[in-house]
Design a protein around this ligand. Structure first.
Ligand SMILES: [Cu+2]
Length: 438
């Protein structure tokens, strides 16, 4: 008997009462660490007790360290994330906190719209993981802060493991049979949360080259209550042309990233745009310009545009400011709500601004969504909100079970180290124009 699904299915009136209770309880477990002071050269161990500490050294010599906790609405939160590739004497802090900011799900027929994190008990419905779904890793027990009355609050729900990702690099050496190559390794941290009939995988993937990927995978099963779509608003997945039209909908996933590069939250945001100058019959030229983003911004992605978060204090051994670049994944922007109209938001840190829509943790007068928080404040402690949308038009293959569909993005180191952090010793001298112009 699928008790969980039946008693906790979205749309039932009981869920609303529970959400309100969660709201009240959530107030005590809410905000992340609000450290504003730069930490001196990043302490070696993250600031949490052993049970909440995660440390993984990958075969290439890169170590990732962080603390985990479990929020009563956001679910998995990773705090105090540091990256230490081989050759770096101390961990380099990247983020104060990384977590989901919302999963907003509007249906194409306009009859339903959900905020899964703050309105649909996303965090409560953490799933126990079978050993086989955390291959080679460790499953930690998570205590749900605010469980249902009938729920065992201890869930074996957090997997940490490693996985190969194929080539990290390849380069032909001087002789025919000399090849410099390395196979990359990732460190993964993930949970599965059930919302209604869906199951969402929340995955953080830390590569040995300093890249962090954040992805949500939607799987589980299509809601059996949504097989009555009107023309143009669904897709038939039963036998015949018009039978069992599953209603199309969008999953707008937001992540909230509180950076603290080199231990300081006083990071700077920069936007880069490249423009093409046609030159008639000649080869076109491309010029790239930097715009300093000094005030809160609702940013729109487009060709030839990208953003990065720049360290206030840290430089690499080439004397270049450390930064992390935002690299978006495929996204379909949902134009139906003010807070989903932009791809990235940079807001000044506010401890009560935790969910990009239907944000419950501010006082009554505080606006409830991220677009409203972009109101001209100077960015001295920028928080990044990344919005990745997936328009889900069901297909026959979605049952049964529904194959995992991933959506997400990466943050990629830009000048965090002076060279490729995985450089083999033979090539360690090849920094800049190493041929000396000869
Ligand atoms: Cu879907």
């Amino acid at each position: 008997m699928r008790v969980n699904r039946i008693s906790h299915a979205r749309g039932r009136t009981a869920a609303l009462g529970l959400a309100v209770a969660a709201l009240a309880a959530g107030l005590t477990t809410g905000a992340g660490p609000a450290t504003a002071q730069p930490q001196s050269a990043a302490a070696a161990a993250p600031d949490c007790s052993a049970a909440f500490r995660i440390e993984q050294k990958l075969a290439s010599g890169t170590t990732w360290r962080m603390c985990w906790r479990y929020d009563s609405m956001a679910g998995l939160v990773l705090d105090d994330i540091t990256y230490q590739p081989k050759g770096e004497p101390a961990p380099i802090k990247v983020l104060n906190s990384a977590r989901l900011g919302q999963i907003h799900v509007p249906y194409d027929d306009g009859r339903a719209e959900y905020d899964d994190l703050t309105g649909q008990d996303f965090a409560k419905d953490l799933m126990n993981l079978a050993p086989a779904e955390c291959p080679g890793g460790t499953i930690k027990t998570v205590k749900i802060p605010d469980p249902y009355p009938d729920q065992n609050p201890n869930v074996k729900g957090l997997c940490t493991t490693t996985r190969s990702r194929g080539h990290a690099y390849r380069m032909q050496g001087d002789t025919a049979n000399k090849v410099y190559q390395a196979q990359g390794k990732d460190f993964l941290v993930y949970t599965v949360n059930q919302v209604g009939w869906y199951e969402y995988m929340t995955e953080f993937r830390f590569q040995d080259d300093g890249t962090i990927n954040m992805n949500v995978g939607a799987t589980g099963t299509l809601s059996p209550f949504d097989y009555d779509a009107g023309d143009g608003k669904g897709w038939p997945i039963g036998k015949g042309a018009a039978k069992d039209k599953a209603t199309s909908h969008t999953h707008n996933v937001f992540w909230r990233l509180d950076f603290a590069l080199d231990g300081s939250t006083k990071n700077r945001v920069e936007q880069y745009d490249s423009t093409l100058t046609p030159r008639g019959a000649d080869t076109p030229t491309v010029k790239t310009t930097r715009t300093k983003v000094t005030k809160e911004l609702a940013g729109d992605a487009k060709t030839y545009r990208w953003w990065r978060m720049v360290s206030a204090t840290g430089k690499n051994k080439d004397n270049h400011a450390r930064s992390y670049e935002f690299v978006p994944g495929p996204t379909t922007r949902y134009p139906g709500r003010s807070y989903t109209k932009h791809d990235i938001y940079f807001t000044q840190y506010d401890k009560c601004e935790l969910f990009s829509s239907n944000n419950p943790r501010c006082d009554r007068d505080h606006p409830k969504s991220v677009d409203k928080w972009v109101n001209g404040q100077t960015l001295t402690h920028p928080v990044a909100w990344v919005n990745v949308g997936f328009h889900h038009i069901a297909r026959d293959e979605d049952q049964q079970p529904m194959p995992v569909h991933w959506q997400g993005f990466s943050i990629v180191p830009r000048d965090v180290t002076a060279m490729n952090p995985l450089t083999p010793a033979d090539l360690a001298g090849q920094n800049g124009n190493y041929t000396g112009g000869s």
